[in-house]
Design a protein around this ligand. Sequence first.
Ligand SMILES: Cc1cc2nc3c(=O)[nH]c(=O)nc-3n(C[C@H](O)[C@H](O)[C@H](O)COP(=O)(O)OP(=O)(O)OC[C@H]3O[C@@H](n4cnc5c(N)ncnc54)[C@H](O)[C@@H]3O)c2cc1C
Length: 418
Amino acid sequence: MTDSTRQADVIVVGAGPAGSSTAYWLAHAGLKVLLLEKATFPRDKICGDGLTPRAVRALISMGVDIDDPGFSRNKGLRIYGGGVKIELPWPELASFPDFGLVRTRMDLDQLLALHAAKAGAELIQGCTVTGPIIDDRTDRVTGVTARHEGGEVEFHAPLVVAADGNSSRLSLALGLRRREDRPMGVAVRRYYESPRHTDEYMEAWLELWDGQRLLPGYGWVFPVADGTCNVGLGLLNTSKSFQNVDYRAMLKGWTANMPEEWRFDEEHATGPTRGAALPMGFNRQPHYTRGMLLVGDAGGMINPFNGEGIDYALEAGHLAADIIVQALARRTPAQRERTLYEYPRILKDEHGGYFTLARVFVQAIGDPRVMKFLTAHGLPHPTLMRFTLKLLANLTDPKGGDAMDRIINAMQKVAPAA
Ligand SMILES: Cc1cc2nc3c(=O)[nH]c(=O)nc-3n(C[C@H](O)[C@H](O)[C@H](O)COP(=O)(O)OP(=O)(O)OC[C@H]3O[C@@H](n4cnc5c(N)ncnc54)[C@H](O)[C@@H]3O)c2cc1C
């Protein structure tokens, strides 16, 4: 590593979707960016691998080749619940494509990191950031310390982006802890070789049965089109069962009740069941402080309605980069700071009301009786379900949409920002 790599306009910590998007857009605007990643690609990340049209839109904006055969395309969501199965195509909208994608994170994250590097970001892998460097005089973050190739290294930049995921050590080092009043999820997933790997729908299971026993939580089956399906389930901390669940046993119990020919069994599993946390509803704030911006899971940006975080990470990375580019072009520190505070303000403006609605919703469905009522009375009504899909996947046209779009947009506006 040369000396010049130690100084940059911006340091981005973590090359998941959040970090790679931020680095891509910064490099695209001509800034000198260091993208520091502790792992070496390809690396796994526990995820459902599902990309709804919102995520697809963000990938298209970045110029990612979504026609690459590694992406498995789907046309909607199949929902199981209350003894009913319903297929809902992704909505036709001006603002979003009408298809979703699935791609393993083993592939996707490497692809995005290399995409950022191709745009000009310097990707340094195997580089574990150990803490922020704080200027005593200004009390601002001016860089990070890291372990790289067996040595201690310092990297300096006027701005640092924490895109280091759910545990975000960097945020913790600045005293930014998780908000306990925001929903948190835990989910597990496993890959199985299955004839269903090219299914045209992503599946959501609102009820999980183990024989006669109704299990807490919700499940998914996402076709990867590489011979496997990603099958998983999760639970929110708004559920009473959250503390004492054996997730692996639950996945086993649920899949054991599925048709044998789907092959979601031990013999056809391609690896172990693995689990991780889902930080939701802006559970870590503020998203900008003292020279550091939080992007993606570091800032708790997962949608509590459906557990999606990749799209919000990609979008927030784009926004953070835009704001940083503008801020660095300002003449005085005061002007720069005022611009940087636009980042949390715009995030709240865009998603705050929606995340508050989601919080109320997940609080309500934490009671299994409410969930049972909703599945029994909602699922048989296609129009209501089309509305629900738009609401849960956050897919509406902001202007010129249909009546459903207008209702959802109005609900978001009146809800207090999260
Ligand atoms: C089981 C499960 C299923 C999910 N399913 C879906 C889904 O289907 N669709 C969806 O949209 N979302 C899903 N999510 C959420 C999604 O995985 C996250 O929201 C998304 O990964 C957030 O991206 P990120 O870049 O913020 O964080 P991450 O993807 O966690 O990336 C953080 C990166 O930072 C690196 N890093 C961490 N610490 C350091 C350090 N000290 N120094 C250097 N690098 C560091 C890590 O190695 C990692 O590469 C799921 C989550 C779980 C747990």
